[in-house]
Design a protein. Structure first.
Length: 219
């Protein structure tokens, strides 16, 4: 699946140009203001976000700070025409992971996006979930009682997403857009949560009433 990028840029020429350049490697969603960006980010999963510092209404720093307050830890690259140290620091303090000053080189933008997303692949020796050890690279999870359990591609993708932000409650719509093909129904998420629980532990994925699902802490 092509990784997803949210681009928040109000410049009517630069926004579509950046989206066009990046579309070979990313599934780009373009928003022209902070309010619409927050609405889109609430309903869809993105692998990375590129946010302009100066936006109409809600500015870029406030957009990032709001996302972080909602426990959205998606890596964010902030674009700005403001190159002072104070401006860079304020953007990073709001929760941005990196900063790029306009005008910028597209090759540098692409390289920074690769670097940001490399840190969020979820690969390695295993991810601890309570007493369990999740190994996304080989689609397996190890039980503290019965040993290794194999997962399907979709089960692995859903659990990988939940494990990437263990304190965050994901909406069903967010999980649907991140893991499943276009056209699937919301109850597909519930079905796969049931599959994972049946294979592992009912507390591995916690239901957050009125919101969706969060990673649990099984024994």
């Amino acid at each position: 699946m092509t990784p997803r990028l949210l681009l928040v840029e109000d410049d009517p020429r630069l926004g579509p140009l950046v989206a066009d350049v990046l579309q070979d490697d990313w599934n780009v969603t373009l928003c022209a203001d902070g309010e619409s960006a927050l609405q889109v980010a609430a309903d869809r999963y993105f692998d990375v976000m590129v946010v302009d510092r100066r936006l109409p209404g809600i500015d870029g720093a406030e957009v990032v700070a709001t996302l972080r307050a909602r426990r959205v830890s998606t890596p964010v690259l902030m674009l700005t025409a403001l190159g002072s140290v104070r401006d860079r620091v304020s953007g990073l303090d709001a929760g941005a992971n990196d900063y790029l000053v306009k005008p910028f080189d597209f090759d540098e933008l692409a390289a920074r996006l690769r670097a940001l997303t490399r840190d969020y692949t979820g690969t390695g020796d295993g991810i601890t979930i309570g007493g369990w050890a999740f190994h996304p690279d080989d689609s397996s999870i190890t039980s503290p009682y019965t040993g290794r359990v194999m997962l399907t591609e979709k089960e692995t993708a859903m659990l990988r997403l939940l494990a990437s932000e263990p304190d965050r409650a994901f909406t069903r719509q967010h999980l649907l857009s991140a893991v499943f093909e276009h056209g699937e129904q919301l109850n597909t998420v519930d079905t796969y949560v049931h599959y994972v629980r049946r294979k592992t532990d009912r507390d591995l994925i916690t239901t957050i009433r009125g919101v969706g699902y969060r990673l649990g802490t099984p024994a």
